[in-house]
Design a protein around this ligand. Structure first.
Ligand SMILES: Nc1nc2c(ncn2[C@@H]2O[C@H](COP(=O)(O)OP(=O)(O)OP(=O)(O)O)[C@@H](O)[C@H]2O)c(=O)[nH]1
Ligand SMILES: [Mg+2]
Length: 460
C-alpha cells in the first residue's frame, strides 16, 4: 500500500550531543540526493552542510540513507544526525519538509514509524509493543523482559501454539469427510495427547505472561490509614529519600504523592495518601476522596496503623470500607508501624508463615522493611526471576491467552465422539487460534492498532 512520506524528530526534546530527524516514505532517493548533492550510498554515513533557503549554513549533519525494504519501517528511510538542541532539530526538520518530495512530507504521528514497520511486516504487534515498553522501562529487569519480547521470544511461543492448533484442526476437519474411519484415524494420530500438549503449553504461557505483565506494568501500592500512622514516613523509607513531608501533626499529607521505585527489579508505583478521617477542611476532604480512588486502583493496599494504639472504632470502620472499595484481585496487608516504640518487642512478632497478611515494622528505623518488600512481591504474584527469561506481556495478551484456553477446554469437553462433536471441536480450535492470532496481530480486532500506537512517542 502506498503511504505518504512522514518526518519527525526522533530524539527527545532538549539539549544533547546529537539530535536525529527521521524521514520514512516509499521513495526518498530524490530527497536524499537533494540534501547531499550527490547519489547517497545506502547505510553509509555521509557528511554534509545543511543550508537553509537563503543558502546559509544551518548545521553540519550526517545523512544516512536506508533503502527499502532494508530499514526499520520497511520503506526508504533518511536520517539526519544534527546537533542536539531543540531549535537546531526543529530547523532541520522544517528544512527537510520544505525540500519535500513530490508527494510532500507530513509530520509523523505518535508511533507512526513503528506502525509502518508493523504494516510492512518488519515486526509483529508484540514486538511493536515491546519497543514502547523498552523505551518506557523503569528497571533493568523490565528492560530485559521487553528486549526478549522484541527479539521475538514471546511471539515465537504464541506462533508455535497456533501451529499446533492449526495442525490438529486440519486433522480433525479432514476426517469430517470420511465419517466411517474417523475415530480410528483420530486415535491413531494421537489427537488427545496433542490436545493435552496444547493445554499444558497454554498453562505455561499463562504463567510466564502473568509474570511478564508484572514486569511491565509493575505493582500499584497504596499506603493508606488514619492520619499520623506513618504513611509518609514509610513512603520515604521505601524510596530512600525525603519525598513527602512528615510531621507529628495529623493531616499533614493532603495531596497524594506517587513515586516510582523498584523492588528486586520489579517496578512499584508507591502512592502516599491523605490520612482517612472526617474533616471540615475542604482541601483535606478532596485529599481523602483521592485516597478512596487510589484504594480502588491499587494491586496491594498497605493498611497502616500505629502499634502504640489499639485499633479503635474509627479504625475498624476504615478497615471495613477499605475492604469493600479495593478491587477483587487486590490484596490488603495490615502494616503495624512504630514497632520501635513498643516496650515488649516480643508481643509484636510478625508471623512468618508466608501467607500471613500482617506485619510489624518501623518506618523510622527500617525494621521489617525487607520483609514487607518481600510480602509485597509475593502477594502481587511475583514468583522471582530465578532463571531470567521472562518476557514482558500486557493485559491484552493475557486476556487473549485465557480466552484461547477456555475454547480449548470446551474442545476437550466435546471430545472425538461422532461427527457432530468433531465439528464443534474444530470450531473451538478455530476460535482459540483466532484469539492467539490477535496477540501478534495476525488477526486484528477493530481499532486495536490505533489504540496501541497512540501510546507511542512521536518519532518512534
Ligand atoms: N517512633 C516512630 N515514629 C514514627 C514512625 N513512623 C512515623 N513516625 C512519626 O509519626 C508521625 C507521623 O508520621 P507521618 O509519616 O507524617 O504520618 P502520616 O500517616 O503520613 O500522617 P498524615 O499525613 O497526617 O496522614 C511523625 O512524627 C513521624 O516521625 C516509626 O516507625 N516510629
Ligand atoms: Mg502523610
Amino acid at each position: 500500500m502506498h503511504r505518504n512520506p512522514i518526518a519527525a524528530i526522533a530524539t527527545p526534546r532538549g539539549a544533547g550531543g546529537v539530535g536525529i530527524v527521521r524521514v520514512s516514505g516509499p521513495d526518498l532517493i530524490g530527497l536524499a540526493k537533494t540534501l547531499l548533492g550527490a547519489e547517497p550510498k545506502p547505510r553509509f554515513a555521509h557528511f554534509l552542510v545543511l543550508k537553509d533557503a537563503r543558502q546559509e549554513q544551518l548545521d553540519q549533519v550526517l545523512l544516512l540513507y536506508f533503502k527499502a525494504p532494508a530499514s526499520f519501517t520497511g520503506e526508504d528511510v533518511v536520517e539526519l544526525h544534527c546537533h542536539g538542541g531543540p531549535r537546531v532539530t526543529q530547523l532541520v526538520l522544517n528544512r527537510v519538509i520544505e525540500l519535500g518530495t513530490p508527494e510532500g512530507i507530513m509530520l509523523a504521528g505518535p508511533g507512526e514509524f513503528s506502525l509502518r514497520a508493523f504494516l510492512n511486516g518488519k515486526i509483529d504487534l508484540v514486538q511493536a509493543e515491546a519497543i514502547a515498553d523498552l523505551i518506557n522501562a523503569q528497571s533493568d529487569a523490565s528492560l530485559r523482559g521487553a528486549s526478549l519480547s522484541l527479539q521475538g521470544r514471546f511471539s515465537e511461543e504464541i506462533n508455535q501454539l497456533i501451529d499446533q492448533i492449526t495442525q490438529l484442526r486440519i486433522l480433525v476437519e479432514s476426517t469430517l469427510d470420511f465419517p466411517e474411519e474417523e475415530i480410528e484415524f483420530i486415535e491413531a494420530a494421537n489427537a488427545k495427547q496433542r490436545l493435552e500438549k496444547i493445554m499444558s503449553d497454554l498453562d505455561q504461557i499463562i504463567k510466564i505472561s502473568s509474570q511478564g505483565k508484572i514486569l511491565r506494568d509493575g505493582i500499584r501500592l497504596a499506603l493508606v490509614g488514619p492520619p499520623n500512622v506513618g504513611k509518609s514516613s514509610l513512603l520515604n523509607t521505601l524510596v530512600g529519600e525525603e519525598r513527602a513531608i512528615v510531621t507529628p501533626i495529623a493531616g499533614t499529607t493532603r495531596d497524594r504523592i506517587i513515586e516510582n521505585i523498584s523492588i528486586d527489579g520489579i517496578p512499584v508505583h508507591v502512592i502516599d495518601t491523605a490520612g482517612i478521617r472526617e474533616s471540615n477542611d475542604v482541601v483535606e476532604q478532596i485529599g481523602v476522596a483521592q485516597t478512596w480512588d487510589e484504594i480502588a486502583k491499587a494491586d496491594i493496599v498497605l493498611l497502616m496503623h500505629d502499634a502504640t494504639q489499639a485499633p479503635e472504632q474509627n479504625f475498624l470502620g476504615i478497615e471495613k470500607t477499605v475492604r469493600e472499595r479495593a478491587h477483587s484481585g487486590a490484596h490488603i496487608l495490615d502494616v503495624i508501624n512504630k514497632r520501635d516504640l513498643l516496650e515488649s518487642l516480643q508481643a509484636a512478632q510478625s508471623k512468618t508463615d508466608g501467607e500471613s497478611k500482617q506485619i510489624f515494622i518501623s518506618a523510622k528505623t527500617g525494621d521489617g522493611i525487607r520483609q514487607l518488600q518481600e510480602m509485597i512481591l509475593h502477594f502481587a504474584g511475583w514468583e522471582g526471576n530465578a532463571g531470567g527469561g521472562i518476557y514482558t506481556a500486557r493485559s491484552r495478551h493475557l486476556r487473549a491467552i485465557v480466552l484461547a484456553k477456555e475454547h480449548i477446554q470446551k474442545a476437550m469437553a466435546y471430545g472425538f465422539g461422532g461427527n457432530r462433536a468433531l465439528e464443534l471441536f474444530a470450531e473451538e480450535l478455530y476460535c482459540a487460534q483466532n484469539h492467539l492470532g490477535e496477540i501478534t496481530g495476525k488477526l486484528l480486532p477493530d481499532d486495536l492498532l490505533g489504540k496501541i500506537f497512540s501510546e507511542f512517542c512521536i518519532g518512534k
